[in-house]
Write a protein that binds this ligand. Structure first.
Ligand SMILES: [Zn+2]
Length: 226
């Protein structure tokens, strides 16, 4: 099997013409290509929680699930993937059969796994980011849908020096940053990234807080960081 190791993080980021793929992302088409396992072994929900890092509210919790969605409107720009909630240590499951490759620490993605697979005959990579280092494996290998491929972690820019921030309560809910950042890349047959898609829409998942547009600073005082 040919592994497109030449796929670079730069290619995976900006400068992609997303409009080329707009007509492939309708829910009807996504649901027509098959059944895909939700990759976090927990209830399907967006991450939702964020931590305010500067200004008068630094340290307080922010509930903004719209930021967790693909292209979510963050202050830093549209989000490049889907942030799926999962506490550190939760199993990450293969969303379909394919070949996985362990990719070591990157400043933003941390430890991450590429899952190479095809959707309606077209090559894709599902990028699973911020994984726990305990799931490392030495060489690419084949997996079936539902196989455990790793564990949710806090590596890369998911947390603070590898530890995700959390607070005991925030409006009665535990605020937790831990999550799986999932990104869906389209490849041509030569292994070059040609586009990017909304993974949640493409795989046809129903994820909690999909339509929650709220953005709420939570807690009356700055929260203690670990
Ligand atoms: Zn993310």
């Amino acid at each position: 099997m040919n592994f497109p190791n030449e796929v670079s993080l730069a290619e995976a980021g900006a400068n992609l013409d997303l409009t080329l793929f707009a007509d492939e992302e309708g829910p009807g088409i996504a649901r027509a290509v098959g059944s895909y396992r939700f990759p976090v072994d927990a209830d399907a929900q967006y991450r939702g929680w964020y931590r305010i890092t500067s200004g008068a509210d630094a340290g307080r919790a922010l509930w903004a699930p719209k930021w967790s969605k693909y292209q979510g409107p963050r202050p830093s720009g549209p989000h490049g993937g889907s942030d799926l909630f999962g506490e550190s240590g939760t199993n990450v499951l293969a969303l379909t059969g394919g070949t996985i490759e362990w990719r070591p620490v990157h400043p933003d993605w941390g430890n991450h796994i590429y899952l190479y697979h095809r959707i309606a005959g077209v090559r894709h990579i599902a990028v699973h980011a911020h994984l726990d280092p305990s799931g490392a494996f030495p060489a690419p290998k084949s997996v079936a849908g539902g196989d455990v491929i790793g564990k949710v972690g806090c590596t890369g820019n998911a947390g603070n020096n590898g530890a995700c921030w959390r607070d005991a309560t925030c409006n009665g809910k535990t605020s937790i940053e831990d999550h799986l950042h999932l990104e869906l890349l389209v490849l041509d047959e030569a292994g070059t990234v040609t586009g990017k898609k909304d993974a949640v829409a493409t795989y046809g998942w129903s994820v909690a807080y999909e339509n929650d547009a709220s953005q709420t600073i939570c807690g009356s005082t700055a929260q203690q960081l670990p």
